[in-house]
Design a protein around this ligand. Structure first.
Ligand code: ATP
Ligand code: MG
Ligand code: FE
Length: 339
């Protein structure tokens, strides 16, 4: 069956079309240019942009796949978590398309979709696998017996998400929003061993994360240098901060694999696009005998293909479709795969 996925949880209007795990189209309109000058996503602006972008982005996806509306067999949509107003535009559009086309509707969890998307690139997920979700709003370790049915939370951040830490440290360093890609780039010219920043909760015996102490430590270090009239070498600070984040992430992910005796690790979410995280995770997984899967960077950040991918799994699993009454749930828990 052909599944069309709709993603509007943040600033991206993403439309994906898949057949099984074959990606046929993935079109994205982003309102990030309108938010960047505010240093964060402005909810009202995002909602309006989704409304304006919805029809053209759906039409572009159909054109990319060489399909007509009448070819679509099911609609999947991000039902949460995310910005309430932004989600609502996507959910309302999805209901309209499902009703108008007479096809089933599947409301899916955005975070589970960040995990499911990898199948479009690397085939069916091993059951079970450990998934580390690292994004703008979340940082979690998950045991995933079956991404269509059952996701178990093993640990998560107790304060900032990994992506949030990247974005806040970027601001301290005078880099644009969202800062993750800029830190990644700046860090390539610096040394990750230049400054020893703290590794929060590293050996505390939990699978939780903490990044706010690290963020504060970077800000204090920069302030102290500037106060004493010394220059701040942005690439070294970026690289040392990034090293602290990815060191903790990769160690905890492998601790989870060991604890649950699982030999397949998947990393998803926007921060999984980070080049140093990808390299260090590969190195450490190789040493530990764990198979690593990370989607290509364009599938790590928000997109419609991830929603279509999870929708496709739900269709294949024979899950009962959602009703046309489903709400948009801004705080949908990670363990609720579909609504
Ligand atoms: P959530 O998925 O938790 O709802 P979100 O959808 O806003 O949050 P994503 O689009 O999955 O988040 O990821 C965006 C985050 O990823 C931002 O914080 C951004 O800075 C970060 N990010 C993107 N690319 C990179 C990179 N190369 N290195 C580090 N961080 C990155
Ligand atoms: Mg985004
Ligand atoms: Fe996301």
């Amino acid at each position: 069956p052909l599944v069309l996925g709709i993603e509007t949880s943040c600033d991206e209007t993403g439309i994906g079309i898949v057949r099984g795990h074959t990606l046929l189209a993935n079109t994205i309109a982003s309102s990030m240019d309108e938010h960047a000058r505010f240093g964060g996503v402005v909810p009202e602006v995002a909602s309006r942009a989704h409304l304006e972008a919805m029809t053209p982005t759906v039409e572009a996806a159909l054109a990319e796949a060489g399909l007509k509306f009448s070819d679509i067999d099911a609609i999947a949509v991000t039902a949460g978590p995310g910005l309430a107003g932004a989600l609502l535009v996507g959910v309302a559009a999805a209901k309209s398309y499902a009703l108008g086309l007479g096809v089933p509707l599947y409301g899916v969890n955005h975070l589970a979709a960040h995990v499911a998307v990898d199948q479009l690139e690397h085939g069916p997920l091993p059951k079970p696998c450990i998934a580390m979700l690292v994004s703008g709003g979340h940082s979690s370790l998950l045991l995933v017996p079956d991404v269509a049915e059952d996701v178990i939370s093993l640990g998560s951040t107790v304060d900032d998400a990994a992506g949030e830490a990247f974005d806040k440290v970027a601001r301290v360093l005078g880099l644009p929003f969202p800062g993750g890609p800029y830190i990644d780039r700046a860090a390539r010219e610096g040394s990750g061993m230049a400054i020893a920043f703290p590794r929060g909760k590293l050996d505390d015996g939990t699978l939780d994360f903490s990044f706010s102490g690290l963020k504060t430590a970077v800000a204090r270090w920069v302030e102290a240098r500037e106060a004493s009239g010394q220059s701040v070498h942005v690439p070294d600070v970026a690289a040392s901060f990034q090293e602290a984040v990815v060191d903790v992430l990769t160690r905890k992910a492998l601790q989870a694999c060991r604890k649950y005796d699982v030999h397949d690790l998947l990393i998803g979410g926007g921060v999984a696009a980070n080049s140093r995280l990808r390299a260090l995770a590969q190195e450490r997984c190789d040493a530990a005998g764990v198979r690593l899967r990370v989607p290509r960077p364009g599938l790590c950040t928000d997109n419609g293909a991830m929603v279509a991918a999870l929708g496709s799994d739900l269709v294949a699993a024979g899950v009962t479709p959602s009703t046309l009454e489903i709400p948009a749930d801004s705080s949908l828990p990670i363990t609720t795969v579909h609504v």
